[in-house]
Design a protein around this ligand. Sequence first.
Ligand code: ADP
Length: 262
Amino acid sequence: MIILKIGGSALTIKDANKPTIDEINLDRIVKEISVYNQDMIIVHGAGSYGHIYATEYSIGSKIENEEDNTAKIEGFCKTQSSVQLLNNIFCSKLQELGVPAIGLQASSFITTLDKRIDNCNLDVIKEYLKKGFVPVLYGDPVLDHNDEIKYAILSGDQIITYLAEKLNPNKVILSSDVDGIYTDNPKTNPNAKLIDIVTKDTKLSLTDDKNQADITGGMAGKVNELLNLAKYGIESQIINAEKPGNIELAVSGQKVKGTIIK
Ligand code: ADP
């Protein structure tokens, strides 16, 4: 079984000021996925379908007062509808190509405590897999048991590590819009170098120490999640979904260039 993440930055135009699909990438990526030859769970990011509302309503920050709580509930609903729409579009495209993609909404069966999953009914996912479906989960707002925050944004990256830890897949592949983990953000530093293998001993930091890799934003969260997973002996890889052919290689069990986290 393979767990495959399609990054929100590859599926959507991430810095758009309204939810916007990257149509060219989406069409190519679903075509590449459709050649899969093994059991598969897909998790996709939310990109501009999620972060616009999540940021506007500060979901996951401390509830200030009743008025703030009401606003956050409104933001929760808007975010959830928006990411569900992206999931619908993604799953419909996969279904058109013969993939039995079944969208599963984290907000309806996963909760968190302090933003980490504390409750998830895996039976449903296992049963869908057993019956030959391809479960498709995605980053979603969820209910949090810490009464100070009440709501949290559950990232696709956390869903990946949770499922990998519980379901023990043969492969965990995360795709994004860059080739892997670099010594610095490759989008802003043309001299950044791709790191082939990252372990807990790799010097990674947010400082400007030139001997250490500088990782920020979404990639920093990803690396933290995947290093956590490595503690359980599960290896993962970050690859570039924007390079044609990479996803096809990944879902058909072949080697792809990227960063291995172990
Ligand atoms: P996704 O939405 O695909 O899951 P994110 O946008 O959250 O991914 O994170 C990927 C982004 O992280 C890249 O587009 C890149 O600009 C940024 N980034 C920052 N630092 C690094 C780094 N050291 N190596 C690779 N990417 C980095």
